[in-house]
Design a protein around this ligand. Structure first.
Ligand code: UDP
Length: 229
């Protein structure tokens, strides 16, 4: 399984890392270990988003590198709490930084998972103008994951409208990529969705807040919205 954790999952809604939130996440991942091979793509929106910094006057490319470096800090926090929970881990970074992470080597990532290690992918693609959603789709395809699991904060799936604003909003149990793309439903960004669609990779969007939700998702339970071809 390829689990995508966005930056908001790490920050508990704030800038930086909220240790209690990350510990809770790590314990849930630990509960699924042994049952399923797990790789995780980590976002960085709790530190920096390149597009937002560039709106405030920074060069987009440099700002994107700041965004990517932010994801690595989240990776280290998650690694720490996973190791404390007894899970063996490796962080692989798309930007070389040997003291803190291995380089991204897909065959080695697969080998780690076969040995029961959880692999955490950081630094996005290593390239500006991408998002970590796209990385989730790409890494899932490259390591042969069965599904991408998108953990969301504050919402438990994909809805017909924003459930916080529209009481009539209805949750989808299932969507196709065509429906999502045609109706501009932002399950993940369009580049990522197109990549999943073109390669027949399915995805589940679910809420991380419920008791044991992350564990259940990793074990293949249908607790959110499934998106398929
Ligand atoms: N980023 C990038 N290339 C990538 C992945 C990420 O430039 O391949 C930068 C980009 O600036 C992005 C930031 O890293 O805004 C953090 O990633 P993202 O916004 O996807 O994190 P999330 O929304 O999942 O917290």
């Amino acid at each position: 399984m390829l689990l995508k954790l966005s930056g908001e999952v790490f920050g508990g809604g704030k800038v930086g890392v909220d240790p209690d939130t990350v510990r809770g996440m790590a314990e849930q991942i630990a509960d699924a270990r042994g049952e399923v091979e797990i790789a995780i793509v980590v976002g960085g929106g709790n530190f920096f988003r390149g597009a937002e910094l560039s709106e405030n006057g920074m060069d987009r490319r440099r700002a994107d590198y700041m965004g990517m470096l932010g994801t690595v800090m989240n990776c280290l926090a998650l690694q720490d709490f996973l190791e404390q929970a007894g899970v063996s881990t490796r962080v692989q970074s798309a930007i070389h930084m040997e003291q803190v992470a291995e380089p991204y080597i897909p065959l080695r990532a697969i080998r780690h998972m076969q040995k029961g290690r959880v692999v955490i992918f950081g630094a996005g693609t290593g390239l500006p103008y991408f998002s970590t959603d796209t990385v989730a789709a790409q890494r899932a395809l490259e390591i042969g994951a069965d599904e991408v699991l998108m953990a969301k904060s504050g919402v438990d799936g994909v809805y017909t409208a924003d459930p916080k604003k529209d009481p009539a909003a209805r949750k989808y149990e299932h969507l196709t990529y065509d429906e999502a793309l045609l109706n501009d439903i932002r399950v993940m960004d369009q580049t990522a969705m197109t990549m999943c669609k073109d390669n027949g990779l399915s995805m589940m969007v679910f809420g991380m807040e419920g008791q044991g939700n992350v564990t259940q998702a990793l074990l293949g339970e249908r607790i959110g919205t499934t998106v398929t071809l």
